[in-house]
Design a protein around this ligand. Structure first.
Ligand SMILES: O=c1[nH]c(=O)c2[nH]c(=O)[nH]c2[nH]1
Length: 306
């Protein structure tokens, strides 16, 4: 047994208010708008004494962070979640002395208008699908220098194609029982997060375009594996959007196994499947430019929201 006797010290630490559920209604006219957000703040800085001595002198309460998050939803607005996140992160870094870096993580839930008598209703919506838009904004101060990173993204985008996917020619070992598939269902619940090279971006246009590009390539590429699909999806995004330095993709392989109907003398030519929920293959890849600017702490997750 190894016995360790080294001095015990405080390691990395940070704190914030996680998962503030902010719903902002814009009611300047009779046609209201809704933004439905889950916002987390995370501060990193000179907070050693709170851990070592119980001294709260440098600790801005997580409750104050929460109040700021709600007040900024009105003061700054949430038209673009990336700008709202930047305003919050800059505030914590610039105005709260002990803070060295601040990270704001945002999930946005989509709503769509109810249609009544053929017309979209002014102030009633239904929740739209499982898909979530995400943004992670990090601002860091070193001396007089300030660095900023914005990572846009989406998650829980469930997508399935019923042909145009194969998986063959794989390495085998004594435990391999998988049969090669030349025509299979491919389905996933996609997570994609893309890091911008700057903060001067047409946020919504890029979001809509990236989402459409991911789906277009998933649909149109004849896929030899999920790995190939992810790379081609990422490559297409970088080719079309020069404001993006890097994209990270994570895709559970939602397996659909051909159901054995031969036992009943019934033919099954790719028509009846069993959708298995676990275990699942989990394929992850990042695609980036060779000249991508330094990612710094852009990818350090806080809540696990992304
Ligand atoms: O697209 C796939 N990639 C894999 O790595 C893999 N492994 C597996 O069993 N099925 C699949 N499908």
């Amino acid at each position: 047994m190894t016995e360790l006797t080294g001095k015990i010290v405080l390691g990395p630490h940070r704190y914030g208010k996680a998962e503030n559920r902010v719903v902002r209604i814009v009611r300047d006219t009779d046609r209201h708008e809704i933004r439905d957000l889950n916002v987390s703040s995370c501060l990193h800085g000179n907070f050693d004494a709170a851990h070592l001595e119980g001294d709260q002198g440098t600790v801005l309460p997580t409750d104050s962070q929460k109040q700021t998050i709600y007040s900024y939803a009105k003061e700054k607005g949430v038209e673009f979640v990336e700008e709202y996140g930047l305003a919050l992160a800059r505030h914590f870094v610039d105005d709260v002395e002990p803070v060295r870096s601040a990270r704001i993580e945002i999930e946005e839930y989509a709503w769509e208008r109810v249609v009544v008598d053929g017309a979209e209703h002014d102030h009633t919506w239904t929740r739209k699908g499982s898909e979530v838009r995400t943004a992670a904004i990090t601002v860091e101060r070193t001396g007089t220098d300030r660095r900023e990173w914005v990572v846009g993204g989406l998650k829980d985008l469930v997508v399935l194609k019923s042909t145009g996917s194969e998986f063959q020619g794989f390495l085998t070992d004594p435990y391999t029982v998988l049969e090669p598939a030349e025509d299979r269902i491919m389905a996933t619940s996609l997570q994609a997060h893309w890091r911008f090279a700057s903060t001067d971006v047409d946020w919504d246009t890029v979001y809509t375009g990236v989402r459409a590009t991911l789906l277009e390539v998933f649909a149109n590429l004849h896929s030899k594996a999920l790995q190939q699909s992810l790379y081609e999806m990422g490559r297409a995004v970088l080719e079309r959007y020069p404001s993006i330095a890097e994209i990270r993709l994570s895709a559970p392989n939602k397996h659909h196994f051909l159901y054995d109907l031969a036992r009943f003398g019934v033919e099954n030519a790719g028509e009846v499947f069993h959708a298995d929920d676990r275990p699942y293959g989990l394929i992850q890849a990042s695609v980036l430019r060779e000249d991508a600017p330094d990612a710094g702490i852009a990818w350090e997750p806080y809540t696990g929201a992304m």
